[in-house]
Design a protein around this ligand. Structure first.
Ligand code: HSE
Length: 433
């Protein structure tokens, strides 16, 4: 099976090494010989630390994807273009494609899934959702008959590393981010990770597959982790929670109506310490799936990094090659455009952190505002007041029972209007056990 590789960066380089290393075992097990035929790169003079014949490198990616001597294409360039056009051309030439490109799939996935189906070849993308963690294939295949209700995951290793350092070692957000950048987890511009965009793309991909309806990155409500403070982490600890950046996609029944909507969002949330996701630490990823018949499942592992990502790509490469040999393919269960439930209409429990004047009646006033919006308090705590130039101020933290997002937003407006509320410092959603 002659393999054409588009891109030879961190993942591509590791994939070349893995094909060489694992090739004999794969051949012994399946009779499939993977042969790297050509690699399309932007610059053929760059040293990639690989022992490659110069003739294997080309800067003509268009020619590579339509070369009749190449059987299967791996795309690890990233970004929308030229990846999109190259993948479409490869599919139209009857070549299966393996991609790790979450941005592409989360924006124009449907076009690519349709092109793959129309040409009767595979488009496989296990590496696009949580690196080496097998989640796409279980959702596409093992759980095809399942009524999946919710997919909830920690799908960004950089932010999980930062939050773990903040919680375990008391490191500030800024210091944990700098450290993540030094270790190579976070990019110099960390916005995609810390702003929740990367997790949002993965949420869109997982939602599309889990629910068989097209969800795109723009459908995903997202908040990042930049506002999380040590104060939030301390309160979380006292209430037996851990703060995690979660990607959540769930089916929502439509009241008095037909069918269902999909609620899909990324935000930092308080996860109860006895929930399996609370124990996912450092740069690890995990995806927790809930289905009607299967119950709860969790998939755990390395969500980033050249070698783990290349491992997922190699699995897809073997699968697609075997399918090509058998003249078959795995169709992507992608349906019509999803009906998305807006964040305003989603329900959650909430944690609110406030700074208040230490005056009589403050707690009653705060509780009164919540009651006005029909939001019930589950637990509430005040720390001893600290004197400062404006008088004695205290930190108050409370956790509510389930409420509608739009009611919570109205509550926050009213809380900020209270004379004795100096600041609403934090608002985080709280996950149930
Ligand atoms: N930057 C991502 C992460 C990996 O930190 O998990 C690539 O999606």
């Amino acid at each position: 099976m002659r393999v054409g590789l588009l891109g030879c960066g961190i993942v591509g380089t590791k994939l070349v090494g893995l094909i060489n290393e694992r090739g004999p075992t794969i051949e012994a097990g399946s009779g499939l010989r993977l042969e790297l035929a050509a690699i399309a790169v932007r610059s053929s003079s760059k040293d990639r630390g690989l022992d490659l014949d110069d003739s294997m490198l080309t800067t003509d990616a268009e020619a590579l994807v339509t070369d009749p001597s190449i059987d299967v294409i791996v795309e690890v360039i990233g970004g929308i273009e030229p990846a999109r056009s190259l993948i479409l051309a490869a599919l139209k030439s009857g070549k299966p494609v393996i991609t790790a490109n979450k941005e592409l799939l989360a924006n124009v996935g449907a076009e690519l899934y349709e092109a793959a189906a129309a040409n009767g070849v595979d488009l496989l993308f296990e590496a696009a959702a949580a690196g080496a963690v097998p989640i796409v294939r279980p959702l596409r295949e093992s759980l095809l008959g399942e009524d999946v209700r919710r997919v909830m995951g920690i799908v960004n290793g950089t932010t999980n590393y930062i939050l773990t350092r903040m919680a375990d070692d008391g490191v500030s957000y800024a210091d944990a981010l700098s450290e993540a950048q030094r270790l190579g987890y976070a990019e110099r511009d960390p916005t995609a990770d810390v702003g929740g965009f990367d997790a949002g793309a993965k949420a869109a991909i997982m939602a599309s597959i889990a629910f068989g309806a097209q969800v795109v990155a723009g459908d995903v409500y997202h908040e990042g982790i930049g506002a999380i403070t040590q104060g939030d982490i301390e309160f979380a600890r006292q209430f037996s929670y851990t703060i995690k950046l979660l990607a959540i996609a769930e089916l929502q029944d439509v009241a008095d109506g037909e069918g269902s909507e999909i609620g899909v969002r990324v935000y930092p949330a308080m996860v109860p310490n006895d929930h399996p996701l609370a124990s996912v630490r450092g740069s690890f990823n995990a995806v927790f799936v809930e289905g009607q018949a299967c119950g709860e499942l969790m998939f755990y592992g390395q969500g980033a990094g050249g070698l783990p990502t290349a491992s997922a790509v190699l699995g897809d490469l073997v699968d697609a090659s075997l399918n090509l040999r058998r003249h078959t393919f795995h169709p992507v269960p992608s349906g019509p455009r999803a009906r998305i439930r807006s964040i305003d209409a989603l329900e959650s429990a909430y944690y609110i952190g406030l700074t208040v004047e230490d005056n009589p009646g403050v707690m009653s006033a705060v509780a009164g505002v919540l009651a006005t919006h029909d939001i019930s308090i589950k637990t509430m705590q005040q720390q001893e007041a600290v004197p400062n130039e404006d008088g004695d101020q205290a930190r108050v933290a409370l956790i509510t029972h389930t409420a509608l997002e739009r009611d919570m937003q109205a509550t926050l407006v009213d809380l900020r209007r209270l004379d004795d509320v100096c600041d609403v410092n934090s608002v985080l959603r709280v996950i149930g056990s």
